[in-house]
Design a protein around this ligand. Structure first.
Ligand code: ZN
Length: 226
């Protein structure tokens, strides 16, 4: 059996898990029902499990059968404040909550990775830390999990961390895109205060001309004057 055969054998269970996660989305750092479903999906596997205290995270460590460095795999689990109107049979049952960013998929996919790697434990060189993270959508969940020790969960610090994000309509099904170095940077915003001499737009020569002086470090498109 190849790893692809094993993955295909898990597909039905993972689709079901993704749909129950999708039907009951939770927002922010407290995801008790999501955490419960993840813990149930991991039951009986050879893992060292810990849960968060200030957030409903799950950290699972798999000890490889051979010596090697630890690596970390991360999946985010939180939903968005959106009301779903797809009419799908597994659509969100919670008004104002929806897995509109695909984190239900990430959670189910990470469970799939746990199962595939657990089945190959004997030939695994090194440990794997699985990081099920709440609060990706602006709640600083990763920092809180780091403060609660996810990077020390296996003993030695992971030498690498891997994460993926699904997209819609940007690539064909089955296509993975990546690059060297860091990927999936956070989007953020900056507040700029301009102090100077105001005036009428028709007399720009005598006022501080602000528009047009975009700092080079800010990419086009994120810049708004006013
Ligand atoms: Zn997302």
């Amino acid at each position: 059996m190849t790893i692809l055969d094993d993955a295909k054998a898990l597909q039905g269970d993972l689709v079901r898990l993704r749909r129950v996660l999708h039907a009951e989305p939770e927002i922010g750092l407290r995801l008790p029902r999501t955490q419960e479903k993840v813990l149930a999906a991991l039951e009986g596997l050879p893992l060292e499990l810990t849960t968060g205290s200030v957030l409903d995270s799950v950290t699972a460590v798999l000890r490889g059968g051979l010596p090697g460095p630890a690596v970390l795999l991360r999946g985010d689990m939180d939903a968005l404040p959106v009301t779903e109107s797809t009419g799908l049979e597994y659509a969100s049952r919670i008004p104002g909550h929806m897995h509109a960013c695909g984190h239900d998929l990430h959670t189910a996919m990470l469970v799939g990775a746990v199962k595939l790697l657990c089945a190959r434990r004997a030939s695994l060189a090194g440990d794997v830390v699985f990081m099920f993270q709440p609060g990706e959508e602006g709640y600083d969940g990763a920092r809180l999990m780091i403060e609660e020790g996810v990077l020390e969960a296996a003993g030695a610090r992971p030498v690498a961390a891997y994460v993926l994000h699904v997209t819609l309509g940007q690539s064909g099904t089955g296509v993975f895109r990546t690059r060297r170095g860091p990927l999936l940077a956070a989007s953020d915003s900056v507040r700029v205060t301009v102090r100077g001499r105001g005036g009428h737009g028709a007399a720009v020569a005598v006022v501080v001309r602000f528009i047009g002086h975009r700092p080079r470090s800010l990419p086009q498109g994120t810049w708004r004057a006013g």
